[in-house]
Write a protein that binds this ligand. Sequence first.
Ligand SMILES: *Cc1c(COP(=O)(O)O)cnc(C)c1O
Length: 434
Amino acid sequence: MKYISTRGHAPAPGLSAALAAGLAPDGGLYVPQSLPKLAPSAFDGCSDLPAVAARLLAPFFAGDALATELEAICRQAFTFPAPLHPLATPRDHVLELFHGPTAAFKDFGARFLAACMQRLPRDSGKPLTIVVATSGDTGAAVGAAFANLPGFKVAILYPDGRVSPRQAHQLGCFGGNVRAFRVDGAFDDCQRMAKQALSDGELRAIAPLSSANSISLGRLLPQMAYYADAALRHLHATGVVLNFVVPTGNLGNAVACVLARACGLPIGRIALATNANRVLPDFFAGADYSAQPSVATIANAMDVGAPSNFERLTWLYPDAAALRREFVSLSVDDETIRATIRERHARHGEVLCPHTATAMHLLDTMRANGSAKSIEDWAIVSTAHAAKFDSIVEPLIGMAVPLPPGLAALLARPAHADSLANDYAALREILAAN
Ligand SMILES: *Cc1c(COP(=O)(O)O)cnc(C)c1O
């Protein structure tokens, strides 16, 4: 498989080179040159998530040096399940993606990326520093995935005071080869500084750097696997396709679902829930696509004003009218998120994180207005465990959210983050000294 740029003005490398490069040289995002077609029967004999992942991703690794490692990569990355459970309301389900070490779906992508990068050839004997700007969850997942991995360092940049207390603790708890920096600024400032470092050729010549952001193929490809696995299991159990509502920020998780469907997996419709950042819902309602400054919400991992994977969506659906017909999207404000968390708990005893609650509200809305028919099976995608957002969720439900064991283990460790000025020169100095 070769990978082409969404902008179409770059050579088409194989997987290893596309992984190492991150962004295509013309500024576009890498996408597979063609999409394999996999009938459900292609997965016969795949008995668990790593097996489904390896079968699904084999065409994407074909012809690359990593192909012989694919099974080992999947076994190393997918060490925790992605269960599909029924919700209390008829034909509603939840796909739980929070059983990894940092209790958010980003563990799947980060662990897969780390397992791939570990196996890529290197031209320098120096450690490779992964620079990652995070609004909360990505940094922890990347820190956990690369912690203690020989030959790697991680520098996490996060906006001081704008992540939840437990997110902050997680970001600072790894120690060793993973350093956390709390930046006196917003997420956009962190991202700008990280991008500046990655495009600083002089710096990279003395201190090898790489990124792990949500446009990386190493994060996008593995995310297809849990959709494939859930959809196949649901089809076998019930005979019907599963439709999904995905809580969306940068569109990485949602595009993985779209790609899995495009490869022939038995996935029905896909709906996109956002928080008060409404670039996507406005686009789907007919407005021109225009990036906006992000606004802060209680579903902070989705505080994105310029969804970076939108380019992959328009590559898949070049015709804007066709793209608009294909997806339902709704912006859910903080008050509605709070009401949804409160009501699902009061009525059904379900405990949702704020991101998951946006999807729940969109599904409730579609059930109420008939656009999700009563004969259809839908799954909301639960992107994080509610315990990660205890300061928001617990007052709403009036009780403590029990900590999952992985999260409890991380929170029991000491945490430390260095403060960092909102100034590229300060970051450069630290990376150069590394
Ligand atoms: C990152 C994240 C999202 C948004 O995912 P995208 O791939 O950026 O759309 C949603 N929920 C949680 C909990 C996240 O960490």
